[in-house]
Write a protein that binds this ligand. Sequence first.
Ligand SMILES: Nc1ncnc2c1ncn2[C@@H]1O[C@H](COP(=O)(O)OP(=O)(O)OP(=O)(O)O)[C@@H](O)[C@H]1O
Ligand SMILES: [Mg+2]
Length: 335
Amino acid sequence: MSAAELLRVDSVDVHLRSRRRASRRDGASRILAGVSFAVAPGEIVGVIGETGSGKTTLARTVLGLIRPTAGTISFGGEEISRVRGRGLRARRRRGQIQLVFQDPLRSLDPDLNVAAIVAEGLDIRGGMDADQRATQVVRALELVGLDAAVLRRRSGELSGGQRQRVAIARAIVMEPRLLICDEPVSALDASNRNRILSLLLELRAQLGLAIVIISHDLASIAGVVDRVAVLYRGRIVEDGPPEDVFRAPAHPYTALLVACAPRISRARWLFELSPEQIRLETPRQPVEGGCVFMARCRFADDRCAVEPARAEIARSHIVACHRATEWRASVPSNR
Ligand SMILES: Nc1ncnc2c1ncn2[C@@H]1O[C@H](COP(=O)(O)OP(=O)(O)OP(=O)(O)O)[C@@H](O)[C@H]1O
Ligand SMILES: [Mg+2]
C-alpha cells in the first residue's frame, strides 16, 4: 500500500446467503467479485451503479459489518479485514471510518432526540464528561449547518434535509478520517441535494476528511468527486478521474449511464452519444465466466466470453473491457 493511500480495497469478494435461499442447498451468491479501489486522505470518491449492484454491500464490508470471502482491506496502512473480536470492537469505538446509512429515516432511532442520536457513538466510546460531550455535539451540528434549536427534536420532527444533516453530524462527531455516505442525496429535492453536496465539500475542506459518496445517479455527484468508480453486478468495471469517466467513458456500461443522465449534466461533460447508439435492444445470452455486461452490450464479440481483466488505459483510468479502446469506432451514427 502506498503512503498516499488511506483506504485500500484489494480483490475483495463477498458472498451472501439470502434468507429465502438459505433453506436450499445452493449456498451463497457472489455479491462482490474482485473489487479493488483506493481512497487517498482528503479525497472524494464516487461509487456509482444501478440498484442491486452491490454499493451498500461494499460500504458495509469496508466498515467491517460484512467479512469478505476473499481479498483484503487496509486502512491507514493496517490490514483490517481479518480483525475480529476485541480488536474489531476497539476499532468500532475509535470510529475512524463512519457510515451515513442509506435511509436516514430508518437509521435514526425515532425515540431519541437529536442530542442523543448525535452523541450515540461518543457514549459507546466513553471517556468524556457531560460538558465535553455536549460541546462536541453542538460543534458537530454547527459543522453540518444546524443550530442548537434542533437538539430536543426527534427524527420524525425533522425535514428530509435536516435528517440527512443529523445523520452526517452523528458520523463526524466521531472525528473519522473516512466518511462513507450511502445515497446521501437520493431522497432529497434538487436544492437540498446541492446543499448537502456542498456541505460534504466543506467538511472535506474543514476537517480534511476523505469521503466516499455512493449513488445510483451519476449526475448528482459528477461535480463533486475527485474520482469515480462504476460498479456493475458486483464488479468495478471502470475507475478514473471524472473528466475521463464522464467525458470519454471507456466501458460501454458507463457510456450508457452517462448517455442516460439528464441533459444538463451531459452538456456539462460534453458526451455526445445518445442511449440509442449504445443500447443493445435485445439482450443476448450471457456466457458463464464471461464479461458480466456481455448480455447487455452492443459491442461484445468473441473475446467477451472470457471475463476481462482490469487494465489502465490512461493515467489512473482503469477499465475492465476487452473492447475499451475499440468500441467507439463501431458506434452507429445517430440516425
Ligand atoms: N444480507 C444479504 N443477504 C443476501 N443477499 C443480499 C444481502 N444484502 C444484499 N443482498 C443482495 O446483494 C445485492 C447487492 O445489494 P446492495 O444492497 O449492496 O445493492 P445496492 O447497490 O446498494 O442497491 P440500491 O441502489 O438499491 O441501494 C442485491 O442483489 C441484494 O439482493
Ligand atoms: Mg444500497
